[in-house]
Design a protein around this ligand. Structure first.
Ligand SMILES: Cc1ncc(C[n+]2csc(CCOP(=O)(O)OP(=O)(O)O)c2C)c(N)n1
Ligand code: SF4
Ligand SMILES: [Mg+2]
Length: 294
């Protein structure tokens, strides 16, 4: 069967058997991602899933695709590089709140600014799961954990707000208990040309059970919310009494791959008009100097 005719089923996206604890929210997030990939009929050989370190960051192993289980906090630069080198690939960066907003936090605003055409899926359980229950940057103030046996003094990071502050071109939040909505958000995120950030609230049943909080506070963004209104989106992001879900913000900005391609063409054109000494040597040796049209 040719690639054109092949119809991918859900099982075509299944990799190794997940080894998460029973009841972990990440199972549902994985299911939503696989459903979104199937809906978009992304060929597994045209898909790359890149993660950092953490329970959630094990996700590349559980998906049939190219995968890279990177060092802690470095999924974003790696994923952006993969996309620049091979723009044909659908590239998903994935990981946890610790991986993304503690050790990896420096990469987040800069990837947002560069706007590579990739999707960043953060499974947020407000805790470090893999290392057995320390506070993470999204743990709420007052939380008692192994590293804060009396109470957590820190103000939590607001990932949606951080993304909006740097004009992230697609910002959404879903919850692992609503696979249907999360699937839809991931489809939209992958279809969006540019950097798409999806925060998936995904409780850790073993070290910080947020199921009740997620169920009691989550609310769909109103249907009349204007996704191009950044200030309107910020208003919902700052309302932490409610956990708003849906697409907060969506705007078209030039993507890193578009700008890189444009720059490559500009460089080729300049070099064709006035070849650099290196290109002259290359041409004298019989090499064909590439042009912007070749
Ligand atoms: C450089 C480095 N520092 C620290 C660690 C230890 N470490 C592994 S995972 C992790 C936190 C993971 O938390 P999160 O990203 O929220 O993932 P979760 O397990 O909650 O899904 C830490 C601190 C490491 N692997 N590498
Ligand atoms: S420790 Fe928590 S985050 Fe890790 S697999 Fe278990 S339930 Fe999931
Ligand atoms: Mg976590």
């Amino acid at each position: 069967m040719s690639e054109q005719q092949q119809e991918y089923s859900l099982k075509d996206y299944k990799g190794l058997m997940p080894i998460w604890c029973p009841g972990c929210g990440d199972f549902s997030v994985l299911m939503a991602l696989q459903k979104a990939l199937q809906h978009r009929q992304v060929a597994p050989h045209k898909l790359a899933v890149i993660s950092g370190i953490g329970c959630s960051s094990r996700i590349p192993h559980f998906i049939n695709a190219y995968g890279f289980h990177m060092v802690h906090g470095r999924s974003l630069p790696s994923a952006a590089a993969v996309k620049v080198v091979n723009p044909e690939l659908e590239v998903i960066a994935a990981g946890g709140d610790g991986d993304g907003f503690a050790i990896g936090m420096g990469h987040f605003p800069h990837t947002v600014r560069r706007n590579p055409n990739i999707t960043y899926l953060v499974m947020d359980n407000e805790i470090y799961g893999l290392t057995k229950g320390q506070t993470s940057p999204t743990s709420h103030t007052g939380l008692v954990t192994k590293t804060t046996p009396w109470e957590n003094a820190d103000e939590p990071i607001n990932p949606i707000m951080t993304a909006l502050a740097h004009n992230c071109s697609f910002v959404a939040r879903g919850i692992s208990t609503d696979v249907k909505q999360l699937t839809q958000l991931l489809i939209e995120a992958m279809e969006h040309p540019g950097f798409s950030f999806v925060q998936a609230m995904s409780p850790c049943l073993t070290f910080h059970d947020t199921y009740e909080m997620v169920r009691n506070t989550s609310k769909d963004l109103p249907e009349d919310h204007d996704v191009t209104d950044r200030l309107g989106a910020i208003k919902y992001a700052l309302d932490t009494d409610n956990m708003w879900t849906g697409v907060f913000y969506k705007v078209r900005r030039p993507t890193l791959d578009e700008v890189t391609t444009r720059n490559k063409l500009k460089a080729l054109e300049r070099n064709t008009k006035s070849p650099t000494p290196l290109m002259k040597i290359y041409a004298d040796m019989g090499g064909k100097v590439p042009t912007s049209t070749s």
